[in-house]
Design a protein around this ligand. Structure first.
Ligand SMILES: N=c1c2ncn([C@@H]3O[C@H](COP(=O)(O)OP(=O)(O)OP(=O)(O)O)[C@@H](O)[C@H]3O)c2ncn1[C@@H]1O[C@H](COP(=O)(O)O)[C@@H](O)[C@H]1O
Length: 104
C-alpha cells in the first residue's frame, strides 16, 4: 500500500477517536468550515514556502497540505481514488487542452 493510501486509512480510523487525543478527530469535531480553513491556510503557507522557503520548509508545507487535503476529501466522502482517477484521465493530455476542455 502506498503512503497516501496508508494516510487515508489512518485518517479514516482516527476520525472517530477522542478529539483530545487526535488532531484528525479534533478537526472533524470542529466541522467542515474549520477543515476548509486549515486547507486554505496550508495552501497559503505552501505558496509562501515555494517562493521563499528552504527545501526542507517546502517539503514540510507540502506534507501539511497533502495531509489536510486527505482530511478534507474524507470530510466530503470523496475517496482519494477518485482524485487519482481524475489525474489518470488527464494523463497524456496537454495541460492547455485540459484547461480548454474544462472551460468549454
Ligand atoms: N500527517 C499528519 C499531520 N500533518 C500535520 N498535522 C498536524 O496539523 C496541525 C496543524 O498545524 P499548524 O501548524 O496549523 O498548527 P496549529 O496552529 O497547532 O493548528 P490549529 O490549532 O490551527 O488547528 C498540527 O497540530 C500538526 O501536528 C498532522 N496530524 C496528523 N497527521 C497524520 O494523521 C495521523 C493521525 O493523527 P491523530 O489524529 O493526531 O492521531 C498521524 O499518525 C499522521 O500520520
Amino acid at each position: 500500500m502506498d503512503t497516501l493510501s496508508r494516510l487515508e486509512r489512518t485518517v479514516a480510523e482516527r476520525r472517530a477517536a477522542d478529539p483530545s487525543q487526535s488532531y484528525v478527530a479534533s478537526l472533524h469535531a470542529k466541522g467542515l468550515p474549520q477543515i476548509a480553513r486549515k486547507l486554505g491556510e496550508e495552501g497559503v503557507e505552501a505558496a509562501v514556502a515555494t517562493l521563499s522557503g528552504s527545501h526542507d520548509e517546502l517539503v514540510g508545507e507540502a506534507a501539511d497540505i497533502l495531509f489536510h487535503l486527505v482530511v478534507a476529501l474524507q470530510a466530503r466522502d470523496i475517496p482519494l481514488a477518485a482524485v487519482l482517477a481524475e489525474l489518470d484521465r488527464r494523463e497524456g493530455r496537454s495541460g492547455i487542452d485540459e484547461k480548454a476542455s474544462r472551460s468549454a
